[in-house]
Ligand binder design. Structure first.
Ligand code: ZN
Length: 275
């Protein structure tokens, strides 16, 4: 019953120590050295015409950046409206989350604690950042599952916002302070909870609740975003110690708990003997 423990408006700075770790979702699989954004400058580079945009335009296909923005916008509005419907008493807090497109995350985006590719959620400013370079790369990597993949990622990040307004960042930081040696396990449970919450959203989603095909595509994506896939440069024996998102099997299983049952309380990954 973790949702009953409301800790509203989690303060900006108190939990950033844990929040920062949670935002390393995609860095392990990321491209290096392609910094482009300027601190505090928005909108970012995402509206800029590139050679590939022009090529796309001539071929009649939507430019990738517009396709990405359209997919993100649809997932975003559906998830926010669905969550407001699911937890009516927190509609205001749910609606307080922000969405920002950046080419890649700059340290100034989240109090100097994180820079990288995104997508990522910063608990301090309640903002989901979509790093367009990385998101476009991921959408291409997911192939025909691209739209389902990006939609899932948005659901996961919004899941972190749901965790935030329900005091789960505070809970995690308290657990981490008490048991620093369990760091990877605790953060993994936190991340798997966000996967489960993404499932709860899809279960109730106006757009996708009845789309078995979209659901199966999301499950297909989850097969490729486990720690063993994200940390290919890490020895297999070390993945359980450093991986924080869970294996593909774990991510798939917790997403299924959410999407099949639609029950928030079933997403209690901290209570599971083995997450
Ligand atoms: Zn996450």
């Amino acid at each position: 019953m973790w949702l009953s423990a409301h800790v509203r408006k989690v303060a900006a700075t108190a939990f950033l120590g844990s929040a920062a770790i949670l935002m390393t979702a995609w860095t392990a699989a990321s491209l290096a050295g392609d910094d482009a954004s300027q601190p505090g400058v928005l909108p970012d580079e995402s509206g800029r015409s590139t050679m590939s945009d022009l090529t796309s335009r001539e071929s009649g296909m939507p430019p990738p950046v517009f396709r990405l923005q359209a997919v993100v916008a649809r997932a975003w509005s559906d998830s926010i409206s669905t969550w407001k419907r699911l937890i009516k008493s927190q509609a205001v807090e749910i609606g307080a989350v922000n969405l920002r497109f950046v080419s890649r995350l700059n340290p100034t985006n989240c109090y100097g604690l994180y820079a990288g590719q995104g997508p990522a959620y910063c608990s301090g400013n309640q903002t989901v950042f979509v790093g367009t370079q990385e998101a476009n790369r991921l959408m291409a990597r997911f192939g025909v599952y691209g739209e389902a993949g990006i939609t899932f990622l948005i659901g996961h990040e919004v899941g972190h916002h749901i965790q935030n307004i329900n005091g789960r960042f505070l809970y995690l930081s308290q657990r981490l302070a008490r048991a620093p040696h369990d760091r990877a396990d605790l953060i993994r449970r936190f991340e798997l909870q966000a996967d489960c919450l993404a499932g709860v959203w899809v279960h109730a989603s106006e757009a996708w609740a009845n789309s078995a095909q979209f659901r199966s595509q999301m499950l297909g994506v989850l097969q490729s975003v486990g720690d063993e896939a994200l940390l290919q440069n890490v020895p297999v024996s070390q993945i359980a110690k450093v991986g924080v998102h869970g294996t593909s099997e774990q991510r798939t299983r917790w997403f299924k708990v959410g999407v099949e049952g639609g029950d928030l309380d079933a997403c209690n990954t901290f209570a599971a003997a083995q997450p």
